[in-house]
Design a protein around this ligand. Structure first.
Ligand code: NDP
Length: 331
């Protein structure tokens, strides 16, 4: 069946927020292709996740060179959907990719050298079948490469037309300030930072968010559902089709402890009082931060995307709700 996007997809203008001090708007939720888009996954499901997200107004798909498995295959999957279904809608989409983690053998397939970043971007464009990505990231700070070199590679990617904007991920507050200064001097402002942030991982509150607000950098926070643990996914054990069972490299069943389940069940009860699911409350909670532009979710089923998009119905928190959340997390 040829795909035709839902005509209602842009009906809610409140679903978009400006990214830092830029002209770019991003949806409240963005879809990440880290899991469920590799060559080993079901292509029909991967395709329906992307198209369903787009039907709901999710205009941003996030990738990295190494997403799969095998590494690179999520970009190939995305490229196929872009070519076969979304070619007419390229200008409605923000496609990002990154380089920084282990990608190919030898000294030039990892970290932050100009050699690695620019070669990797060319490889990503080839897998995606695109002449440019919208955002190209340094995936992590490289202590062994001068920051001027890594940021110079991002600047070059933009100037050469292979990326429209530059971003950084997993940089600490000091590294972020330095990167922003270098990029500003080069004339390519840092658009966006991609840190991990959720109810269970609050490090960006300790300085990073202030730096982002000062520098005018937007943020896209990854794993806002703590890889699925901030949902009802694990309340009745570990389902066979859940990440902790299917791909325990990054979420081991043993991490879903009785203590964690006690906390998430208490959070779920609070979410129900707010008329939300736990996933929706966890997303609203990250989106309440002025420094956060968009929450970068993953999904294995279209019903999860439906659930998550429902966050827009209640984004506000009363002070006593925030206090109750802190109390649950401290218990
Ligand atoms: P999440 O915390 O959103 O976890 C996604 C998982 O949660 C899904 O795969 C699904 O698990 C479960 N889930 C999602 N919605 C629901 C729901 N409504 N109800 C029940 N379960 C739900 O994010 P990810 O950890 O997947 O990361 C998101 C993206 O962030 C990645 O794809 C990637 O783009 C980016 N990222 C960036 C990193 C970086 O270093 N910059 C590092 C890691 C991620 P299940 O599969 O079990 O159904």
């Amino acid at each position: 069946m040829p795909y035709s996007p839902a005509p209602t997809r842009y009906d809610n203008p409140n679903f978009y927020r400006t990214c830092g001090r830029s002209g770019l708007k991003l949806p409240l939720l963005s879809l990440g292709l880290w899991h469920n888009f590799g060559a080993n996954d079901n292509f029909a499901n991967s395709r329906s996740l992307m198209l369903h997200a787009f039907d709901l107004g999710i205009t941003h798909f996030d990738l990295a060179n190494n997403y799969g498995p095998p590494p690179g295959s999520a970009e190939t999957t995305c490229g196929r959907v872009l070519r076969e279904d979304l070619a007419a809608h390229r200008d409605e989409l923000i496609i990002s990719t990154k380089a920084g983690y282990d990608m190919w053998s030898g000294p030039y397939g990892n970290w932050g050298s100009r050699k690695y970043l620019l070669a990797s971007l060319d490889q990503s464009l080839s897998r995606l079948g695109l002449p440019y990505v919208d955002i190209f990231y340094s995936h992590r700070f490289d202590p062994a490469t001068p920051l001027e070199e890594t940021m110079g590679a991002l600047d070059h990617a933009v100037r050469s037309g292979k990326a429209l904007y530059a971003g950084i991920s997993n940089y600490n507050p000091t590294q972020t300030t330095q990167a922003a200064q270098i990029l500003r001097q080069l004339g390519t402002p840092c658009l966006i930072h991609q840190p991990r942030y959720s109810l269970l991982e609050r490090t960006p509150e300790q300085g990073l968010f202030n730096v982002l607000l000062t520098e005018g950098i937007g943020s896209i926070v990854f794993s806002p559902l703590a890889k699925g643990t901030l949902t009802n996914r694990y309340f009745a054990g570990v389902p066979a089709d859940a990440r902790a069972a299917r791909d325990p490299r990054f979420l081991k069943p043993g991490e879903i402890t009785p203590a964690l389940l006690t906390q998430t069940r208490a959070l779920d009860a609070l979410a129900q009082q707010r008329g939300q699911t736990l996933a929706q409350m966890a997303l609203a909670w990250v989106l309440r931060q002025p420094a956060v532009t968009t929450a970068l979710i993953g999904a294995s089923k279209t019903s999860q995307i439906d659930d998550n998009v429902g966050v827009i119905k209640n984004l506000a928190f009363a002070d006593d709700e925030l206090t109750a959340i802190d109390r649950i997390l401290a218990s």
